[in-house]
Design a protein around this ligand. Sequence first.
Ligand code: AQP
Length: 323
Amino acid sequence: MKTIFSGIKPTGDLHLGNYFGALSQWVDLQHDHHSIFCVVDYHAITVPQDKKALHNNIIAIARSYLAAGIDPKKSIIFRQSDIKEHTELAWILNCTSARMSDLENMTQYKDAASKQINPSVGLFDYPILMAADILLYNTDTVPVGHDQLQHVELARDLAKRFNHDYGETFKIPSALIRSEGSRIMGLDDPTKKMSKSIGENNCISLNDSPEVATKKIMRAATDSDTVIKYDPANKPGISNLLTILSILENKKIKDLEKEFTDCGYGQFKQRIANSVSKFLTNFQEKAKHYSDEQVLTILADGQKQVEPLAATVLAKVRTQLGL
Ligand code: AQP
């Protein structure tokens, strides 16, 4: 059985982009894969975090995995900082296979660093830690949104370089990106991807009430035209809303365009608001079933399951290096 590995940073409430780009894929793949899903808390601290909020976010993200349909009987859910091998392997890759030029070329770093006055070394080095996360579990496939493609490609390159220089050690992973929903755009600025940390009108959080989500959708940036047509270059707002509706209602964009031929933007947005509200109500209902204690027990159980896997790969790496 092939292994999939993926994770999400506990930097705030998950949004529809995280759900469509990552989580919903994980749920489908878990049935026929050895599935490992991580709450990547060491990635969260690459930018400043409030101590209490971080602790709560770790539990909230794991709860979202469960509410989305990750089944702890089929999949492993654990917290990155519980497994010391992640940072240990990241250091080893820093020294052996990674090059400054690899990281200087990362678009996400440039974007994230531009928002910080004096960015941390960790923010720069983040993709190496992500490579370690992936390589520690002999991962075949990494289901992610489009923004993470460059990072998964770096993990592949590092694995190949290490294998070349020190002998066959790592499995070479590849990214799995959904054809639709891998890049959901911000509601207030549909030229940039939806993100947890941009601001509340940018994203629909999975914890938004239907009323709040409806307000955000009704205010979403569109254009001065009146036609409901998929054209990301000229109509990014409408195209993004069409993508969201098509995934939620499992309908083809072409069919939705036909259905809304004679409708105004207001009516179109109202329909999206209704579909999103239904989705959120259902998701939040499921999330209520998991207490903090239950979530922490599932994370502790996950830790026990991945500990030997990570230790085996790291031991092999150390042997190859003569450590
Ligand atoms: N807008 C998006 N559309 C589709 N997929 C997305 N993902 C993120 N945004 C979108 C995917 O969600 C997974 C988890 O991402 P993450 O939280 O670990 O990091 P991120 O990509 O930096 O997500 P955010 O929301 O933008 O977080 P902040 O604002 O804290 O940086 C990944 O698979 C990602 O591709």
